[in-house]
Write a protein that binds this ligand. Structure first.
Ligand SMILES: *Cc1c(COP(=O)(O)O)cnc(C)c1O
Length: 384
């Protein structure tokens, strides 16, 4: 096994970022193809940029964000956060006491690691399931969590969503929805209602997932609850800073639902091309993906790598050879090692899908060549 812990993941990520820097410096940004579905855009005019001061910025842009944020998320009030994970942490710090229970339902395991990590920080007991029939709310539960769309873009059934909220509210327990990508994927592609409209007390989305905004989180909900969470947010420095808030406002304003719908249609073509060669690619709502386990099944040469290591090496080969960015190369520690090729963001619009599938095939051939040699794989992942 090559990647053993979070520190290894940090080193892997640093290597990936230095490859990206080299590509930008030597060949230009147009030689990179960010297919992560996280665009990290920063849309701003010069006059807006000139207002970015510590106290003037929030006065202007946080006010603008209330309007566009509530229109996007529902609820009565929003707070901009440094990341979705920050919002999850702040909510759990506010609502969850030591030794109480937190129960989480999602369409498919695993949950985003920020949820169990935050629970463990406050000393709560955490339970999660992706089997609806097995979901129950025990005595002494302080928070019910629902994930709207998982890290691999598996979307919850709306009827189950409503029933979980109902079960929680019967017992007066608040519901937090991790709607990182779901706030757009669920609503636009699956025609579901916004989490707050379904009765969620708190919903958090990621402002760079499937929209042209910065890495950040946006939390919405009922005003009193938002206010008490905001205290923790400010106490622990979890809030988004003015530049990010400005970019969130413009990211939401520039969110184009048609891009999501187009990628929903285009993914079939890519899936069919890859299916001629591979057996374990799956469709996502806006692209295709292969899990580490699926990737391992494609491989018939002998090697000692873990499934996740295979995904990391594959992702770094795609980056190095073709400038194709996928999450296993650049993700934060604990992020899913599934390779997702998302067609919903800018870099994918003009991509020739036949060409993309050939690049994926040729990177896979290189993966087959290197995996018997663990040192060679380490070199690809860490560059040492
Ligand atoms: C991406 C994601 C998160 C975390 O978002 P960050 O902005 O990286 O903190 C949480 N939950 C889900 C389901 C996600 O997909």
């Amino acid at each position: 096994m090559i990647i053993k812990d979070s520190l290894d993941e940090v080193k892997k990520r640093e290597n990936a970022l230095s490859i990206i820097k080299d590509i930008v410096e030597n060949n230009g940004r147009e030689s990179l193809f960010d297919l992560t579905g996280l665009s990290g855009g920063f849309i701003a005019t010069p006059s807006e940029l000139s207002l970015l001061e510590t106290y003037v910025g929030p006065a202007i842009f946080e006010d603008a964000l209330q309007e566009v944020g509530i229109a996007h998320m529902g609820g009565e009030k929003v707070i901009p956060l440094n990341r979705t994970s920050s919002g999850i942490l702040a909510t759990i710090l506010t609502l969850v006491k030591k030794d109480t229970n937190v129960v989480h339902y999602l369409a498919q395991l695993p949950a985003h690691p920020s949820i169990p990590r935050s629970c463990s920080l406050v000393g709560a007991n955490y339970f999660e399931t992706d089997v609806f029939e097995e979901f129950s709310i025990p005595e002494n539960t302080s928070l019910v969590v629902i994930t709207g769309s998982t890290m691999d873009h598996k979307v919850i059934d709306e009827e189950e969503f409503k029933k979980i909220i109902e079960m929680a509210h019967e017992k007066d327990i608040p519901v937090m929805v991790d709607d990182a990508s779901g706030a757009r994927l669920r609503t636009v592609v699956f025609n579901q209602a916004r989490a707050c409209d379904l009765g969620a007390d708190i919903a958090i989305t990621s402002t760079d997932k499937l929209m042209p905004g910065p890495r950040g989180g946006l939390m919405a909900g009922q005003a009193d609850l938002i206010n008490s969470i905001k205290v923790k947010v400010n106490q622990f420095g979890l809030e988004a800073q003015p530049p990010a808030v400005l970019a969130m406002v413009n990211g939401i304003k520039n969110f184009n639902a048609d891009n999501l719908v187009n990628s929903f249609e285009r993914k079939d073509e890519l899936f069919n091309l890859l299916n001629q060669k591979f057996e374990n690619f799956q469709k996502t709502p806006t692209g295709v993906m292969i899990t580490p386990e699926g990737l391992a099944l494609e491989i018939n040469v002998s090697h000692n790598l873990s499934d996740n290591d295979l995904a990391f090496v594959f992702s770094l080969i795609l980056l190095k050879n073709y400038g194709i960015i996928t999450i296993p190369a650049v993700g934060m520690p604990g992020a899913s090692a599934t390779l997702r090729f998302d067609l919903s963001t800018q870099d994918a619009f003009n991509l020739n899908l036949k060409d993309l599938s050939l690049k994926i095939e040729s990177s896979f051939e290189e993966l087959l060549e290197v995996i018997p040699n663990e040192d060679e794989c380490k070199k690809i992942i860490f560059n040492f």
